[in-house]
Design a protein around this ligand. Structure first.
Ligand code: MG
Length: 387
């Protein structure tokens, strides 16, 4: 049993949305195929993944270091002890050879994307959906068959007012979602308060609305937003500070009693540990938003969860970044708090299986083997070119 080839292409996301920090006009993602010599129904098993959204394609690092390390290694060192399947922990260790501690983002996204594609292959070889494979290995007490799912949306569209935002929310409620996240910080505070009031008029309860500042605020603005948002009792206030400014985050948490969410721009177990040690976050209410394919993948995420548990955090506090099927399986398999969805925003890279339906805020986990990209027609058309 061996990995025959690993292929990558960079695909543009083709979207002009913006948040408080940047626009997506040049955004790309790496699509990866891990081709194996294992046959199922007469065809070689191929594992697929992409590097989520918000970080650029990273094929250069893959081609220079991580793909050659895997292809050059003895195939017997990459499989489990009984030789019945690939072992993603061993594949991760193989990619990490001769890598210096620290400096995570330069490699964590490339490694994590390949690692998640290996998991797709592992689950296909077991002929099970990935969430079930993950639950068997990492979650005592078996699996859930649906997860809570909220919409990450409410982007700024130049020249469109709050009516446009309300139309978007009306549309999502009609699709079966109950909880919405909208952007803040790309306008003035009074304009954002007007957006929040307009959103709450549709959603009804502050607990059904989160806001996302995308790490764009310096101290004065972060605190001014915290004071302005406090009366609304929102579900969470996301990335009120630079992702690495734990001192300022602690200051905001001290002034803002409602939940805070952050973590999508941290890429290692050590960074997340530092966040919960020094960021003033509260395990009884705050939300951690690790992006698994961008932070070394599933095996390392399991280690991060162990570290979090040692600091008193529960899995239900983790809402991973990335509204895609990779995240959906990880949420279901590890029994996390919930999943994000980005309907219609990142082209082929947004959303779940074409036949997936949300019911009163809950999304059923798919039963196709692996991650199930094969049931996302537009995305799978891109992926299959690689194999
Ligand atoms: Mg965010």
């Amino acid at each position: 049993m061996r990995i025959v080839d690993i292929r990558e292409i960079a695909v543009p996301l083709k979207t002009n949305m913006r948040n408080a920090a940047f626009d997506f006009s040049e955004m790309t993602t790496s699509v990866v195929a891990v081709v194996t010599d294992v046959l199922r129904a007469g065809q070689p098993v191929v594992g697929y993944a992409f590097n989520s959204t918000g970080r650029y394609a990273c094929g250069a690092q893959m081609r220079a270091r991580f793909i050659p390390r895997i292809l050059k290694s003895d195939p017997a060192t990459l499989v489990n002890d009984s030789g019945t399947n690939f072992d993603p922990a061993k594949i991760l260790a193989c990619m990490m050879q001769r890598e210096k501690p620290g400096g995570h983002t330069e490699r964590s996204i490339a490694i994590g994307t390949i690692e998640v594609a290996c998991w797709d292959a592992v689950a296909k070889i077991e002929d099970k959906p990935l969430y079930r494979v993950l639950a068997e290995r990492y979650t005592e007490g078996g699996t859930q068959d649906e997860v809570q799912c909220y919409v990450g949306g409410g982007w700024y569209h130049p020249d469109k007012g709050v009516e446009h935002l309300q139309d978007e929310i009306r549309h999502r409620l009609a699709e079966g979602y109950t909880t919405m996240k909208i952007k803040v910080g790309g306008a003035t505070i009074p304009e954002d308060v007007e957006r929040i009031e307009a959103a709450l008029a549709m959603l009804g309860d502050g607990n059904r609305l989160a806001v996302d500042a995308n790490g764009a605020f310096r101290r004065d603005r972060a605190l001014a937003y915290a004071w302005s948002l406090a009366p609304f009792g929102l579900r969470w206030f996301e990335e009120p500070t630079d992702p690495l400014d734990y001192a300022l985050l602690a200051e905001v948490a001290d002034q803002y009693a409602s939940p805070i969410g952050t973590g999508e721009n941290l890429f290692s177990t050590q960074d997340i540990e530092n966040l919960v040690r020094f960021g003033g976050l509260r395990a009884d209410r705050d939300i951690l938003q690790i992006d698994v394919p961008q932070s070394y993948g599933v095996v390392q995420f399991a280690r991060t969860l162990e570290a979090l548990q040692a600091h008193g955090w529960k899995r239900s506090s983790v809402f991973p970044h990335g509204g895609n099927q990779m995240t959906l399986h990880i949420v279901g398999g590890f029994g996390l708090g919930g999943c994000e969805a980005y309907p219609d925003v990142f082209g082929a890279f947004a959303g779940f299986a074409d036949d997936a339906r949300v019911d009163n805020g809950w999304l059923k986990l798919p039963d196709r083997p692996g991650i199930g990209f094969e049931a996302q027609n537009e995305l799978y058309a891109l992926m299959r070119q690689l194999a």
